[in-house]
Design a protein around this ligand. Structure first.
Ligand SMILES: NC(=O)C1=CN([C@@H]2O[C@H](COP(=O)(O)OP(=O)(O)OC[C@H]3O[C@@H](n4cnc5c(N)ncnc54)[C@H](OP(=O)(O)O)[C@@H]3O)[C@@H](O)[C@H]2O)C=CC1
Ligand SMILES: O=C(CO)COP(=O)(O)O
Length: 336
């Protein structure tokens, strides 16, 4: 059945997910805060800043007007950086209330809010009242827009406490190259998605410094151990960390040239300053703020996170990367 879907956020991920939904036969309107980007999407069917060589399905509509975008939506997908989520959800909430809409809310973002340390679904549930939403679903997994654009095989998870909403989202997105599983552990899925970006920064840095595959495997394995430790202390199901949104996303982000977090780490490893790395990327590097949030949460929960701590010190305390690695290697011997 054709659904009316509103996509909020027209960066690389929001726009390619919108394109999947159009190709799956849905009526889709994507919102961008920039009029020139809306015109480009509607007239040239391109989004050159975010996906330079891709042409979108001509049936994809873009709008600069959030009210027009949300009109009659049965599903709303949020795909903006974590730091923009609260204000964008608050704006949408006003319109959903005014129009008396109750759509399924999906989000595809990966991070924790700075200061509050809240997950994305917690932010959305605080901003959009229950009477204006039919469940909140996190869509997450090892997935890069650049590969989905090429219809490469991609598998993700639709996680929600509301299993009917998760199944609806599964049906909405599934096709012969994009396969969706469901999961009821939204806490674990959102935390795995957020925390893997920290380890990806580290994996990129190792590459930039010239380390090899042994070091990468070690970082990913011990990284997974510590992010799972923190996640479990926050209520996640341990098994979620060996699923698509856990180890699956950790693998892709720590090994793919497409990952902005990996590329940022790589540049830092080569000696670039953090300021320049952020300025040159022109897209969100979620791991930077998530490192801070996870570091603070670990301190609160008294969870040992040596890798996260080392990355925090490099990013926020100007610690030399080589010194940070040397200190990690010289920690007292432990049992695995
Ligand atoms: N790219 C990918 O392959 C994947 C990304 N994700 C996650 O999806 C989320 C979005 O990422 P992605 O699309 O890649 O990010 P991009 O950096 O590619 O795009 C961000 C989009 O959000 C918009 N935006 C930024 N700030 C605001 C704001 N304050 N108000 C309104 N709109 C805003 C940007 O608009 P403008 O152009 O005007 O700045 C842009 O359209 C992230 O959490 C990311 O981790 C998840 C899986 C895969
Ligand atoms: O989450 C992603 C892949 O699953 C995207 O990672 P980056 O934000 O590092 O590009």
């Amino acid at each position: 059945m054709c659904k009316r879907v509103a996509v909020i956020g027209a960066g690389s991920w929001g726009s390619i997910l919108a394109n999947i939904l159009v190709m799956n036969g849905n009526k889709v309107c994507i919102w961008s805060r920039r009029k020139e980007q809306v015109d480009e999407l509607n007239k040239q069917h391109t989004n050159h800043h975010y996906l330079s060589d891709f042409t979108y399905d001509q049936r994809l509509n873009a709008s600069n007007d959030m009210s027009e975008t949300l009109a009659d939506a049965t599903t709303v997908l949020f795909a903006v950086p974590t730091k923009a989520m609260r204000s964008v959800a608050a704006d949408a909430a006003v319109i959903l209330k005014e129009k008396k809409l109750k759509p399924i809310i999906v989000h595809a973002s990966k991070g924790l809010e700075l200061g509050t340390h809240k997950r994305i679904s917690e932010i959305i549930s605080e901003e959009i009242p229950e009477e204006n939403r039919e469940g909140i679903v996190a869509l997450s997994g090892p997935s890069h827009a650049e590969e989905v654009a090429k219809k490469d095989i991609t598998l993700v998870t639709a996680a929600s406490e509301n299993s009917t909403a998760a199944k609806n989202v599964q049906r909405l997105f599934m096709n012969n190259y994009f396969r969706v599983y469901t999961n009821t552990d939204i806490v674990g899925v959102e935390l795995g998605a957020a925390f893997k970006n920290i380890i990806a920064l580290g994996a990129g840095a190792l590459h930039g410094l010239g380390y090899g595959d042994d070091a990468k495997a070690a970082l990913m394995t011990r990284g997974l151990a510590e992010i799972a430790r923190l996640g479990i202390s926050l209520g996640a199901d341990p098994l979620t960390f060996i699923g698509l949104s856990g180890v699956g996303d950790l693998i892709v982000t720590c090994t793919s040239i497409h990952s902005r977090n990996w590329r940022a780490g790589d540049q830092l490893g080569q000696g670039e300053t953090l300021k320049n790395v952020v300025a040159n990327m022109g897209m969100v590097i979620e791991g930077l703020s998530t490192t801070k949030a996870a570091y603070e949460l670990a301190a609160q929960k008294k969870i040992e996170m040596p890798i996260t701590t080392a990355i925090y010190q490099v990013l926020y305390e100007e610690k030399d990367i080589k010194q940070a690695i040397s200190d990690l290697m010289q920690r007292e011997g432990r049992s695995e």
